[in-house]
Design a protein around this ligand. Structure first.
Ligand SMILES: Cc1cc2nc3c(=O)[nH]c(=O)nc-3n(C[C@H](O)[C@H](O)[C@H](O)COP(=O)(O)O)c2cc1C
Length: 195
């Protein structure tokens, strides 16, 4: 598939069919992440594929998180609802930093950027496979609980990708105009494409 089409047509999918996503696809999705660029080729990504019970337990943690923070709670609940209907869930982790021991503070930001690149590869790969996904950070609210539950030491959760066959493809969410984004002028010619 043309990269251009994948970039311009990919959207966050929030409603999924019940249909099973084959495990081979999970390997392909993770392999696409492995091929992402990373600062100093550090490849700071680790993946955990949840089984159904783990998915249910983790969504329950999200439902139960901080009722008193109404606005945030609505967002977490929405993400938990989506996660429940997704057929597959991949959690993305990165090795923990030991700032003073290793003096590697410099790598923190580059590593996060590398992780973003890897997760976007996964996003586009899902689209290429005819799947839909949501890149979720709301699982971070219960990151400590999740680590304890999955018995993961020395790893920091950075995101979760929920995957399934799309039940509904939404309209494209609005984007800022180029005028707002460009801090100076670039020359435009008749072949310049507007998305
Ligand atoms: C780092 C990151 C975190 C996100 N976290 C969530 C989330 O927790 N829950 C959710 O429903 N969507 C989440 N999204 C999806 C965004 O809401 C979505 O990408 C954005 O609204 C633009 O829509 P589009 O992906 O269809 O273009 C996240 C996206 C990114 C890149």
């Amino acid at each position: 598939m043309e990269l251009d089409r994948a970039i311009s047509s990919r959207k966050t999918i929030r409603k999924f069919k019940k249909q099973n996503v084959p495990n081979e696809y999970l390997y392909e999705i993770i392999q696409s992440a492995m091929l992402a660029p990373s600062a100093k080729n550090r490849q700071p990504w680790r993946f955990y594929i949840l089984d159904d019970k783990q998915k249910e337990d983790i969504t329950n943690m999200m439902y139960q998180w901080g009722d008193e923070y109404k606005h945030i709670h609505t967002s977490i609940k929405g993400s938990a609802n989506q996660m429940q209907t997704a057929n597959k869930v991949i959690m993305i982790f990165t090795p923990n930093y030991h700032f003073y021991k290793n003096k590697k503070t410099y790598y923190k930001k580059p590593d996060y950027l590398s992780l973003g690149a890897a997760i976007e590869h996964m996003n586009l790969k899902c689209f290429d496979l005819g799947l839909g996904c949501t890149w979720i950070c709301d699982t971070l609210y219960v990151a400590d609980e999740i680590n304890e539950y999955l018995k993961l030491d020395d790893l920091e959760q950075v995101s979760t990708l929920i995957i399934g066959y799309p039940e509904e493809i939404p309209e494209r969410r609005e984007r800022f105009s180029m005028d707002k984004l460009l801090l100076n002028d670039i020359p435009k010619n008749k072949n310049t494409k507007d998305y």
